[in-house]
Write a protein that binds this ligand. Structure first.
Ligand code: NAP
Length: 496
């Protein structure tokens, strides 16, 4: 049986389960007693699971459980916390197929992307497990004899973690694993659209040995539970991934009581194309970074900024790559781009294409809706390529969060850098050049948290991940930079 057939069989045999919130190691119904249903992103008629519509009272219980659990979890030796995380990483891999089916079903991405997401989550978990063994302090010389001075890192307490819907597997792990490694406890809120993978993660964390109350799950609308979670006096840090407007709002609430924030926000990521040895390789990297997850990645390339003498050749190569994209549901083994997450989001992306054309851009390729036959039950569109895009246009400035690529032609490297930086965001950027000196200058001057020279905007499982300007605030996630957010310093003087 191929993967597609296995996924279809999984979905056919699947009976929608009713989940509660996961609080103190138990599945509990919301005090609201209200629930909602999530549906297959590629088959809107198929119910996948039922989830609670939680309330601030549910949040209260979850924070209390996490606060109690902090007393014991924070003093468990780091290597023991690390050992649990190693076990969790193994469990992710052991359950990879089922997890990938769940990710694809609720989010819509194609199966091989979901498999990649689970493997990536396992890698990040292992990195965090290792971090639990190396929470380093310093010893420093004393001003007086017979005094020992040192600094130590202490976990800050209960962390509220709030996630979007684009990476239902990697985002929870990216937030939960470092919290556990450094000794914090967690209340996790997934996006309303994609809570199923998170529910399965709770079960695997428990199976891996994470004690009751250390990680709690609250499912429900951000507008109902968000404020009570973010404003809770026992929540010492908020790790939020989502839109910039919400990030600003969360930071404002948190700052009133000096709670820490780690904000991973929107992007409008450029690919600056200056020169190359092989145009097809460049086009392949750009289209892959623009269309993976149907363009719904914060680090998706959405703007191509190209030197005038390279434009014609590059555009041809980009269209050639776009033509290779086969759109379909996750169970179509040949598909390499799935539907968008839902109809509402598809409408918003389509609206941007219209705005672009009205502003004077030329729709060179794609953009149309797909709604016949197998496309009938999902939010499908062809990726769009728009030419003659001026840096001042809305499609060149605002985050679209879909498979829409703009082309802006420039006359010089200086102009390319100026256009690349002329947006409020600063998350990721790619630069294509075979001149080493130009590569270094661009890496230096581009205003982005992550710069990729000669490849697309794909990150690694152990390197700090984050943005500058309106794309992020607080410590970068993933790599060793997480220690800055999840711990605080203590300085100790000992006279002997
Ligand atoms: P979103 O609308 O900002 O929602 C993100 C999360 O915040 C969801 O769980 C949402 O809950 C919750 N929320 C809503 N109102 C809230 C409130 N008042 N208080 C607290 N939480 C609240 O973002 P999205 O549409 O899910 O995701 C797309 C955005 O995420 C894009 O801007 C993208 O760039 C960004 N993103 C950034 C990164 C990064 O690492 N920089 C990574 C991925 C995505 P509901 O689902 O219930 O509304």
């Amino acid at each position: 049986m191929n993967n597609g057939e296995k996924m279809l069989q999984f979905l056919e045999n699947h009976q929608p389960h009713s989940y509660g919130n996961y609080i103190n190691g138990q599945w509990v119904n919301s005090v609201s007693d209200k629930t909602y249903t999530i549906y297959n992103a590629a088959n809107h008629k198929q119910a996948l699971a039922h989830f609670p519509k939680s309330t601030p009272e549910d949040v209260e219980q979850a924070v209390l459980a996490a606060k109690d659990a902090f007393e014991t979890w924070s003093v468990l030796p780091g290597p023991e916390r690390g050992a649990i995380l190693y076990k969790v990483a193994d469990l992710l891999e052991e359950n990879i197929e089922e997890l990938a089916f769940i990710v694809s079903a609720e989010q819509g991405k194609v199966f091989k992307e979901s498999m990649g997401e689970v493997l990536r989550a396992a890698k990040e978990t292992r990195f965090c497990a290792g971090e639990a063994f190396r929470i380093e302090g310093k010893t420093l010389p004393a001003e007086r004899k017979n005094v020992w001075n040192s600094t130590a890192r202490k976990p800050i307490g209960v962390i509220a973690e709030i996630a979007p819907w684009n990476f239902p597997m990697v985002t929870p792990i990216r937030k939960i694993a470092p919290a556990l490694a450094y000794g914090c406890t967690v209340v996790y809120k997934p996006a309303t659209a994609t809570p199923w993978t998170s529910a399965r993660i709770m079960e695997l964390l428990t199976e891996g040995g994470v004690p009751d109350g250390v990680v709690n799950l609250i499912v429900g609308s951000g507008s109902t539970v968000g404020d009570s979670l973010v404003a809770h006096p026992d929540v010492k840090g908020i790790s939020f991934t989502g839109s910039t407007d919400l990030g600003l709002r969360i930071n404002e609430i948190a700052s009133k009581r000096f709670a820490k924030t780690q904000l991973e926000l929107g992007g409008k990521n450029p690919a600056v194309v200056l020169d190359y040895a092989n145009v097809n390789q460049v086009a392949n990297q750009i289209i892959s970074a623009a269309c993976t997850c149907s363009g719904q990645r914060c680090t998706s390339i959405s703007r191509v900024i190209v030197l005038r003498d390279k434009k014609e050749e590059l555009v041809k190569a980009l269209i050639n790559e776009l033509e290779k994209i086969k759109i379909g549901p996750a169970w179509d083994d040949d598909a390499n781009m799935g539907p968008l997450v839902n109809k509402g989001h598809l409408d918003s992306v389509q609206n941007y294409i219209e705005i672009g054309v009205q502003e004077g851009a030329n729709l060179l390729y794609g953009g149309e809706l797909l709604d016949d036959d197998q496309y009938n039950h999902g939010a499908y569109m062809k990726p769009a390529l728009l030419d003659h895009v001026k840096p001042s246009m809305r499609i060149a400035k605002e985050e679209i969060f879909g498979p829409v690529i703009t082309i802006t032609e420039v006359a010089s490297i200086e102009e390319a850098l100026s256009v690349a930086n002329d947006v409020e965001y600063g998350l990721a950027a790619s630069v294509f050049t075979s001149d080493l000196s130009v590569a270094h200058q661009c890496a230096e001057k581009i205003e982005a948290g992550m710069v990729h020279i000669n490849h697309g905007t794909a990150s690694a499982a152990h390197l700090p991940f984050g943005g500058t300007k309106s794309s992020g605030f607080g410590a970068f996630s993933i790599g060793s930079s997480n220690i800055e957010f999840f711990t605080e310093l203590k300085t100790v003087y000992v006279e002997y």
